[in-house]
Design a protein around this ligand. Structure first.
Ligand SMILES: Cc1ncc(COP(=O)(O)O)c(C=O)c1O
Length: 375
């Protein structure tokens, strides 16, 4: 049996005719930049996130970058985040001229260890950038409390958390702004690049609107220098079609996670994801286990037709790109230990029960063979 890591082609088959007719309409109207699909998607996604505003942009990275600029982060500022995220989180920080400052992660949830935040606040700290990793909410209340105490902005990286909840609140809706990616494999993915900033702050939304469009509100009148960072109209049209399925897709991911949990809970060599009580809806963008003999297991699964992923094998503070930040091995022991064992198992709404069972059986057979010295 083959179990790919994602199965987007299967997902698109269901919507192919709807998507093709939307594209055909866009071609007839020559509506590629801005227009109805972008405006409507922004309305619909803001409603989904329970925020007053949504601004479509060209990627999650741009969403983060524009949100940071919009709250006034720039050269010389420090932004606190985690080392176990996709590099886009920190690229956004450095590309606005600021410096990422890391705190370690919680060993249970793999999200920001909020107890370490106060210890790294300096007179240059201007913002906190928590990541709702793998689809589970970071512990926002203590983050917001600390932000109030030190007058810091908070930008949520919700690029892996479309529809996830924290104490009933949508991820992305709790801080100054929330940033989403619609990279194809995300819980809500475009057929290309896309992203969004959601916020309740009209002024902030206005700034992001200008930033994504060369700093102009009115054509060729530039209040500031901006970027070419718009969400294109065809992607917005596709996102509108797919957004209608997002709740059901997230339910399906939650079902698959429960199935893995049931099938794998008696294997002592792997640690399954754990949901914090405050994370009232985990949407399992990724299903990440910590596995003994991770690399051998991964190879074994691959030979059995099962693709897996590593999110992320080298924490950011140990990446060559961030040598200049001056961190060293041992600085964030939890993130480092987790990185050595983590393994992302396939999880997507189109996955069949037979596929989930096959993955679980294969993991079991690996550890049985390994225990008996046969691997
Ligand atoms: C946690 C996180 N932050 C930021 C990004 C950046 O999003 P994009 O690839 O749309 O630029 C991603 C997605 O890849 C992500 O997973």
């Amino acid at each position: 049996m083959k179990v790919p890591f994602v199965a987007l082609a299967k997902q698109h088959k269901v919507f192919k005719s709807e998507i093709l007719s939307m594209i055909s309409h866009a071609l007839d109207e020559a509506a590629f930049i801005g227009g109805e699909n972008v405006a409507k998607f922004e309305e619909e996604f803001a409603e989904f996130c329970n925020t007053s505003h949504c601004v479509g942009v060209s990627s999650g990275t741009d969403a983060l970058r524009f949100a940071l600029i919009a709250v006034g982060i720039g050269a010389g500022d420090e932004v606190i985040t985690v080392p176990n995220t996709f590099i886009a989180t920190t690229e956004a920080i450095t590309q606005v001229g600021a410096r990422p400052v890391f705190v370690d992660i919680d060993p249970v949830t793999y999200n920001m260890d909020v107890s370490q935040l106060e210890g790294v606040v300096t007179d240059k700290t201007r913002a906190i950038l928590p990541v709702h990793l793998y689809g589970q909410a970071a512990d926002m209340d203590p983050i917001m409390e600390l932000a109030r105490k030190f007058n810091l902005s908070v930008i949520e990286d919700a690029c892996q958390a479309h529809g996830a909840l924290y104490k009933g609140n949508s991820c992305g809706s709790m801080a100054d702004a929330g940033c989403f990616s619609f990279y194809p494999g995300k819980n809500l993915g475009a057929c290309g690049e896309g992203g969004a900033v959601v916020t309740d702050n009209a002024e902030l939304a206005g700034s992001v609107r200008m930033l994504r469009n060369h700093g102009q509100k009115e054509k060729y009148i530039h209040e500031i220098e901006g970027y070419n960072g718009r969400l294109d109209a065809i992607q917005a049209g596709i996102l509108r079609i797919k957004l209608k399925q997002l709740k059901d897709w997230n339910d399906a991911r939650i079902g698959i996670a429960a199935c893995y949990q049931r099938l794998l809970s008696d294997i002592p060599f792997i640690r399954l994801p754990q949901e914090a009580t405050y994370a009232t809806r985990c949407v399992y963008h990724l299903y990440v286990v910590l596995a003994e003999k991770r690399d051998e297991l991964r190879q074994y699964l691959y030979a059995k037709g099962i693709e897996t992923g590593l999110h992320y094998p080298v924490p950011l503070h140990l990446q060559k790109a961030y040598e200049h930040l001056g961190y060293k091995k041992g600085d964030f022991p939890v993130a480092e230990q987790v990185a050595e064992k983590l393994l992302s198992l396939p999880i997507y709404p189109e996955m069949t029960e037979a596929q989930v069972e096959y993955v679980a059986d294969s993991i079991k057979s690996f550890y049985t063979l390994s225990k008996n010295g046969k691997i």
